[in-house]
Design a protein around this ligand. Structure first.
Ligand code: PLP
Length: 430
């Protein structure tokens, strides 16, 4: 090539949730076994079948010519009306403050990319990697973060947030993921109110990723951004990948709150809209379908039965890990993931399925490989279970994230047993 095609910051472009799959697929081939995929939050891929009533709704809308046309750049009007009426607050947001994207993943990238390069969004750690990577690529250097504390149910460290905002005036926004991926925590209202107060005091805006707002256990309710934001400018991010669940639809949206209260913030939102206009609009069909699914008489009980399954899985997994002294888990209050913290994680190797697997795993090892990546590679090679290392979520805490999605009871139990076996073999016997 006449010029170098690689950006100087290309090393920042990472998405470990799928990167582990490339390694897992190679191991499957070499070891001639079938991997249990515990890496991705896709309920359908995990075996949940799409109910007939939902397929009927989609088929009915496909039969309408409108579903073949472009929509407004902001999104289909009925979808935006539904969102405003049911998920938002008309005192903070209007129909024009709702913008649809091809998945929340796209919205995250559009929000980060349209910020001036020198501005920063303070991220949680651990965090969902799309946020961290998009923010890092926008800034051209590593993301900056506040800690979620495993000793305090993964609640955010408020003092750290305040200090990082106070002493770094490049920080213009604070990101909160609530309910949280990967930790499964659902934050206390008072914690969230403190974060809003910090944003207000230091003239920042808020980004709340609320894509899991429906997925909470045992009567816990999500405190939504619009309930506590007051007059601070903010963005709520939601989508249909998790609660409908239709991740393949690539359909998510942002609700902008208090845009009128700050000209500068309003200008930034207009940039997001203009950059979306370059693509005309997001895919029409899922937007047209959205109100019909959420309003369907079968939807509430269908959602409830899914949540009950995740709750059961969470209870079973937490009871299982409670017997393994080398790990620590916090029982999730929602979402469909479990983080297993690996305490004082050593470096080790497990007996692999065969020699070819061992040779491949040896090649992956470099002095820079984080300890929990090393464990997860060994777990794949020895037990055929693919989970995501916690450091892949930008965390300083060693561990991994598994899902609670598995449809088959026996496979779920078997998955836990395989993971447990790997952990026990990985730690030196005392
Ligand atoms: C916290 C969080 N935000 C955003 C997304 C992206 O969702 P979408 O499928 O709409 O791109 C995910 C997907 O796993 C997620 O967990």
């Amino acid at each position: 090539m006449r010029q170098n095609l690689l950006r100087a910051d290309s090393a920042l472009l990472r998405y470990p949730i799928r990167e582990v799959v490339l390694i897992g697929k190679e191991l499957e081939k070499l070891g001639e076994f079938s991997m249990i995929w515990e890496n991705i939050g896709d309920p359908v891929a995990a075996g949940e079948s799409v109910p007939e009533w939902m397929q009927d709704v989609v088929q009915k809308q496909v039969a309408s010519d409108k579903s073949f046309a472009y929509t407004d750049t902001k999104g289909a009007i009925k979808a935006r009306e539904y969102v405003l009426e049911h998920f938002s607050d008309k005192r903070k947001c209007t129909i024009d403050d709702i913008l649809f994207f091809n998945g929340l993943g796209e919205a995250i990238n559009k929000v980060m990319n349209n910020l001036p390069r020198e501005t920063r969004v303070l991220m949680p750690s651990p965090t969902y990697p799309s946020h961290a990577t998009a923010e890092a690529m926008h800034a051209g250097c590593s993301f900056i973060s506040y800690s979620l504390d495993p000793e305090n149910d993964w609640e955010p460290d408020i003092e750290e947030i305040e200090n990082k905002v106070r002493y770094n005036d490049h920080v213009v926004a604070i990101l909160v993921i609530n309910p949280n991926n990967p930790t499964g925590s659902v934050y206390k209202r008072e914690t969230l109110e403190k974060i809003v107060a910090i944003a207000k005091q230091y003239n920042c805006f808020l980004i709340f990723d609320e894509i899991y707002h429906h997925m909470t256990f045992d009567g816990v309710k999500t405190t939504l951004l619009h309930q506590i934001i007051g007059d601070v400018p903010g963005i709520s991010m939601k989508g249909i990948s998790k609660d409908i669940p239709w991740p393949g639809s690539r359909c998510g949206w942002i609700e902008v709150y208090n845009a009128e209260k700050d000209e500068n913030f309003k200008g930034f939102i207009e940039m997001i809209l203009l950059s979306k206009m370059l693509e005309v609009c997001s895919t029409t069909l899922p937007q047209i379908v959205l109100p019909h699914i959420y309003q369907h008489s079968e939807y509430p009980s269908y959602l409830q039965s899914r949540i009950e399954k995740y709750q059961r899985r969470a209870t079973q997994a937490c009871e299982f890990f409670a017997d393994i002294p080398q790990v620590h888990v916090n029982k999730p209050k929602g979402v469909f993931y479990l983080v297993v913290e690996l305490l004082e994680l050593p470096a080790n190797r497990l007996e692999s399925i065969n020699k070819k697997v061992r040779l491949y795993l040896n090649q992956l090892e470099t002095p820079e490989t984080p300890a929990d990546f090393q464990f997860c590679y060994e777990l794949m090679g020895a037990e055929g279970v693919c989970v995501v290392p916690l450091s892949g979520f930008g965390s300083a805490v060693n561990g991994f994230r598994m899902t609670l999605l598995q449809e088959d009871d026996n496979i779920f139990t078997e998955t836990l047993e395989r993971i447990g076996r790997a952990i026990r073999a990985y730690y030196p016997q005392s």
